[in-house]
Design a protein around this ligand. Sequence first.
Ligand code: XUL
Ligand code: CO
Length: 433
Amino acid sequence: MTGFFKGIQQIKYEGPASDNDFAFRHYNPDEIVMGKPMKDHLRFAAAYWHSFAWEGGDPFGGRTLDRPWFGDSMEAAKLKADVAFEMFQILNVPYFCFHDADVRPEGNDFATNTRNLEEIVDYFAGKMDETGVKLLWGTANLFSHRRFMSGAATNPDPDVFAFSAATIKTCMDATVKLGGENYVLWGGREGYETLLNTDMGRERAQAGRMLQMVVDYKHKIGFKGGILIEPKPQEPTKHQYDYDVATVYGFLKDFGLEGEVQVNIEQGHAILAGHSFEHELALARELGIFGSIDMNRNDYQSGWDTDQFPNNVPEMTLAFYEVLRAGGFKTGGTNFDAKLRRQSLDPEDLILAHVGGMDACAAGLKAAVAMLEDGKLEAARDARYAGWDAPQGLSLMTSDLTSIAARVQSENINPSPKSGRQERLENLINRYQ
Ligand code: XUL
Ligand code: CO
């Protein structure tokens, strides 16, 4: 034991009446809801980068956090891993997620980075064996180092494309070695700042080629997990090629990869794109590309990606309602891509942030299950579209303009508007909280 979380025991379920800050009120891992344990619905993961690599900086000031593992040595990386796995066990999260740059010291070249990553992967393998904690997904950080300032796959310099491809290969290898269930691509710098210096056609083609190579490599090595793209509209680059779910789907169709790649949808990214989280989830479901979620919360006023821990149960309810309607997670899960506020210095802040987030998700899941099982919302939705299931509605889908026009005229079709009953449905939803 490192002693970092000294005095904090494993968090247990104590039920809604508990007065203990270090307890779950809603997350009861083995409770059966809709036919399976809550933990298998939610598939929680902790994110290595925010909890262990982020130093507490913002655009106006640097490090506020003081962590004994900050430093560039392998020794520091191993201490960081020790503390991380202690946190995973305290929280009883079944999964974690990482980028290469979160877990290993940065080397001066590709070979050093690869060696460092391999050493830490072996260290992780031992810890995963000891604790039973699993890897939800791995990914490559192709956005922090200055070599990626003009993009990774979409860089005008082919050497950066090559460096990125090689790095993705090592990160896919690391993910597979650790039994990871997905591999994620978030294209932080895959976009552009100004059209004045940008050849958009080339950049899109380069990104398409990189994705094709990732899919080919997946099949070559027999990886059975998901390949997931994480949409985000802006920040860091002004115009991102993976703006939102709809844009990613267009990109996948363009390169013939819509059957191979799904999306990892993040709450805060949905908000930045001007959507709600549930919109993005529902669209991914309709398009058949729903994969996984990055759970967090964005500040609704500030306009940038604040990556706060989720705490709004009615929002979580609508999100998990869409997850359930998508059939739940297969290889995906609920990854807390969320960080503390920079004034939250104490080790217990890290624990309590996750406890609150996990409880908000569990409460949302329970309310979503109640909504689905009750069936009133779906019954109202079905009733609204019932005309489309009747013979005349069905026939419209195979008619043409001429025959429809003739029918409208001969039958004097003259529709009268019907209420959408939004407020009634909003009132209904609040009854499940
Ligand atoms: C950035 C973001 C990333 C991805 C993984 O906004 O969400 O942390 O989740 O690269
Ligand atoms: Co994310």
